[in-house]
Design a protein around this ligand. Sequence first.
Ligand code: AHR
Length: 325
Amino acid sequence: MKKLLALVLALVMVLAATSAFADGLLKIGYVQVGHESDWRMANTQNYYDVFTKEAGFELELIDCDNDHALQLAKVREFVQKDFDYIVIDPIQTAGWDDVLKEVQDAGIPCIIADRSVDASADLYTTAVGTDMTAEGETAGKWLAEYLNGKEAKILVIEGSTGSSAAIGRAEGFNKIAAEHPEWKIIDSQDGDFTQAGGQQVMESFIKTYGADGFDVVVCHNDNEAYGAMDAMDAAEIKYGVDGKIIISFDATKEGLTRTLNGQILCNVECNPIQAVIVMNVIKALQNNETVEKFTLVPDEGFCAPGITSEIVTTMTDEVLAGRKY
Ligand code: AHR
């Protein structure tokens, strides 16, 4: 009898150690890329807004500061602590096989969010995110429409090397560029998705090619575009409808403000509001429903007022007013 009591007690203690039993909250571990951009801050805030205790969740969000090794270590920590769900926003596409296998072996459902991984889809439960290649293609198609056959020398400030966001946007844009022999991509450098990175790369572009050496700057996110503008301001280089063409990605509130005022001519959205979609996936899994292997987060493109486009939407005050982040 004593033995049975001890066994029951041990079982209760084990169950009590799991969050779902202890407080009814689902423990969600989210390894966030970092805090490199306005987009990232918006995405983080969105997770805090959605995964609340009131909604039934206990969220532990780790800012991995763009450190792949740290991101792997934190996933392993979540496994050790037996979290109910692990959400990974992968800094880079490569190097995920082993850790994903460990999560799978531990029986913890794993959701890849925002960016993607090279690893086989069999190694994770499901993925949620935007189509980064389509984003790049939209930017290219808009440029083709805007230039309408005119020649252009193009500079690219890339996002962090090895990230699916940078890889996809480059792939999509290059696909369209290949259809336009009148375009020349003269240089492409990593700006690490930061304003400082964008400024640094642009300064070096200006030094190398001079103010007359380029027509278009494609920035892989809004913060890089702000940095590029800082560098062009310092060099007294004009941008906008009467100057260099700046194309950006993300379409954050500030990025769209600068599109509305004509500084950025085209801004292709990457929607940071993804937490509700992830939450719905988790709810479906909790109900033992089958979920799609990939859920697309929809997004759209915008261009500055005065430009008519069949590819993207022309910016208005109303569009901006509807933006939270
Ligand atoms: O993965 C999304 C990208 O990462 C966003 O474009 C960028 O701003 C961020 O840092």
